[in-house]
Design a protein around this ligand. Structure first.
Ligand code: NAP
Length: 282
């Protein structure tokens, strides 16, 4: 039987609609606004598109736009100065530094200037520590979106074997920690893993975040497994993921498409994090 296609676009739209109501309620009950500052350095075309979507959808949800733009040759001190101003501004609830930054900038140092309670991307060292210790904080958006998709699909993680392919700070590591918190048994694979298929074939849930087009085929998946594809790659035929969708959708029980799976969830979770940031600061 072909897999159920997990519709991230539809869940993201539902979450954003609910968020609009929750933002209105927050503003009415506290008399405070909610603001999101996106910071874009340079003019990378993909980053321009991502930042444009984040600004448009946050404004639609009733969140005030505090966008800042710097030239591609901005110095470390200039970017740091903008982040420090936003950190001190009480009307800014959340700060998002769009990555990747130009090569001459120290990304980790700049991310760590963002106060954890405004860190709506969940990428600072303090946010990562709070996640590792399971202390309330702001969590990275793509991992949050993956958990929301699995929950909405009624996938119970407790007691399951989950294999996460990829160990980045952005996706692999935090999503592995979140599924561990849900009492799954978690394996993290990476580029040095020998015989990837031997691990992924044991998994009830496979989360593919390797950034390698069509890395996972039918031979990697146990029939009936749930497959979450985080990868996004441009190909001559359009966007594709880390999973060979045509082959794997014939044997998985549920699978996310690319596009329309995890991607739309990332922005929805960013907006939810912005409301949560405002609540934490209130
Ligand atoms: P990344 O920082 O490049 O990390 C990739 C990870 O995959 C690394 O840990 C790497 O291992 C591992 N890896 C690479 N080749 C592998 C292989 N052949 N077998 C097993 N593991 C392998 O990438 P990322 O930022 O996590 O992003 C991953 C993908 O998700 C990209 O396609 C990105 O565009 C996409 N993405 C999508 C969204 C969304 O909203 N849908 C959000 C973020 C990212 P090592 O650590 O050993 O190098």
């Amino acid at each position: 039987m072909p897999a159920t296609i997990i519709d991230g676009k539809s869940l993201a739209a539902r979450l954003r609609e609910q968020l609009g109501t929750d933002v209105e309620h927050f503003k009415r009950s506290t008399g405070r606004s909610i603001g999101l500052a996106t910071v874009l350095v340079g003019n990378d075309p993909a980053s321009e598109v991502y930042v444009g979507s984040k600004r448009r959808l946050s404004q639609q949800a009733g969140i005030t736009d505090h966008h800042r733009r710097l030239p591609g040759d901005a110095t470390q001190a200039q970017v740091a100065g903008v982040l420090d101003d936003l950190a001190a501004d009480p009307t800014v609830s959340g700060i998002l530094l769009q990555l990747p930054l130009p090569d001459h900038l120290d990304t980790k140092e700049l991310i760590d200037r963002i106060p954890w309670e405004k860190d709506v991307d969940g990428l600072t060292t303090i946010s990562a520590g709070r996640l590792a210790r399971n202390v309330e904080g702001l969590l990275p958006c793509t991992p949050l979106g993956i958990i929301s998709l699995l929950e909405d699909e009624g996938v119970q993680l407790q007691g399951t074997n989950v294999v996460v392919v990829g160990r980045s700070d952005l996706v692999g590591k935090p999503v592995a920690q979140l599924v561990l918190q849900k009492n799954a048994t978690v394996t993290i694979a990476h580029s040095k893993t020998k015989d990837l298929a031997a691990f992924t074939r044991q998994a009830d849930v496979v989360i593919a975040a390797a950034g390698v087009p069509h890395l996972l085929g039918a031979e990697h998946i146990f029939p009936g497994a749930v497959v979450i594809d985080v990868g996004i790659h441009r190909s001559p035929g359009g966007l594709i993921g880390d999973v060979d969708f045509d082959a794997v959708s014939k044997i998985a029980s549920k699978i996310t498409p690319v596009p329309g799976g995890v991607g739309p969830m990332t922005i929805a979770e960013l907006l939810r994090n912005t409301l949560k940031a405002a609540q934490l600061q209130n």
